[in-house]
Write a protein that binds this ligand. Structure first.
Ligand code: PLP
Length: 378
């Protein structure tokens, strides 16, 4: 086994090519996680009333530095779904107002938006971005066709889930600002995957998962709320906050920090996860990007189907590709049961796709095993 793989808790004989869905956690980060849990159980009252808040602040400081914003603009959530939902339920829109997104957004969040929009008579526009995508300019032009005088919010993935594409969000945010349209960016796949500076992007809201590419234990995500919006963004789950005695430098942080008794250990080990990323992952990431560009070509040659992007800057550490029409419907199960390969295969608009993720513990050997299995089974 390669030495970096030994640092992760993954079952050693498995070929794990799905870091994008649920990232793997390295041993030092998991140990830190368990240490926090032990501290909590050792003296629960002291931990929750004295130690927790300074530790949360330390985590916010290190995460905000990592993602390019202020410590007081970040609140922790277990996952991006709960973070985005908290924004959705604070929006004060009129019937007939429109939320603009693409047809590449994450299914669970389209559902979250739709449930709310139906009750409010707000319209969700999923602007079609056809594949293959071509150029950034073409993307922006197509997307902007969805903007009308009723567009009040743009909700956009920074890296999409099923199509695994990096979208040019910065230019969209700039255009939205000129027209007073709020921007909510779904960066679930972004932290520790591609460079992120939220202030530089200029969006109003941003969510990211830390348990994907930053390799924290599951249940660590964040919501960035620009300072000017903090007075109207309230927690969906109200608990002790400014009416209790929980310390907090701002009403915003006070209101969000305490949402009933819960285990916040996954939030508390973010400084260790960031340290691990800087020491063990960052310098090896270029190899992963290079491997993905090669796989992009190899998928096309192996399956004889068209790529969904020209590659290059549309891709990070993941690539999705359409499978041939006659592909067996249980290919995913075959790869798992016969080759011990974990990789997602899914349908989108009646077409099957395979999506590969390459993290630093993956090697060319993993890719060779996958490609030879695919050649045998397709
Ligand atoms: C683009 C995107 N947004 C959001 C999510 C968040 O999912 P969850 O909140 O279920 O962790 C994911 C998960 O993979 C995703 O790919």
């Amino acid at each position: 086994m390669n030495s970096i793989k030994e640092l992760f808790l993954l079952e050693p004989t498995m070929t794990y090519l799905n870091h994008g869905s649920f990232g793997a956690c390295p041993r030092p980060v998991f140990e830190d996680y368990q240490n926090w849990q032990r501290k909590l159980e050792n003296q629960p009252v002291q931990f929750l009333t004295e130690y927790l808040y300074p530790a949360l602040k330390k985590s916010r400081l290190s995460l905000s530095d990592f993602v390019g914003c202020d410590e007081k603009e970040i609140v922790f959530f277990q996952n991006p779904t709960t973070a985005v939902t908290n924004i959705i339920y604070n929006l004060d829109l009129e019937p007939g107002d429109e939320i603009l997104m693409t047809n590449h957004e994450y299914g669970a969040l389209i559902r979250a938006w739709s449930e709310w929009a139906q009750k409010k008579n707000v319209t969700i526009i999923q602007q079609e971005i056809p594949i293959p995508v071509t150029t950034e300019e073409n993307f922006i032009e197509l997307f902007w066709k969805g903007v009308t005088p009723k567009t009040k919010v743009i909700f956009l993935s920074h890296i999409t889930s099923s199509t695994a594409l990096i979208f040019p969000v910065k230019k969209i945010i700039q255009k939205a600002k000129e027209q007073n349209i709020l921007t909510i960016i779904d960066g679930a796949h972004v932290p520790a995957h591609i460079p992120l500076n939220i202030h530089d992007l200029g969006c109003d809201f941003y969510t990211g998962a830390c348990h994907k590419w930053l390799c924290s234990p599951k249940g660590a995500s964040f919501l960035f709320v620009k300072k000017e919006h903090q007075h109207w963004i309230k927690p969906v789950v109200y608990s002790w906050g400014k009416n209790g005695d929980d310390p907090g430098p701002t009403e915003f942080l006070q209101d969000f920090n305490w949402q009933g008794t819960r285990d916040m250990s996954a939030f508390l080990c973010l400084p260790t996860a960031i340290e691990f990323y800087k020491k063990e992952i960052k310098l090896k990431q270029q190899t992963c990007f290079d491997l993905i560009q090669n796989i992009h070509t190899e998928f096309r040659n192996t399956f004889n189907t068209d790529s969904i992007s020209p590659g290059g800057k549309w891709l990070g550490q993941m690539v999705a590709h359409p499978l041939p029409k006659n592909t067996s419907s249980d290919l995913k199960e075959q790869l798992w049961s016969d080759y011990n390969i974990e990789i997602p295969i899914f349908e989108r608009n009646g077409q099957s796709y395979i999506r590969i993720s390459i993290q630093v513990y993956n090697t060319q050997k993993d890719i060779d095993l996958l490609m030879s299995a695919l050649r045998t089974r397709i």
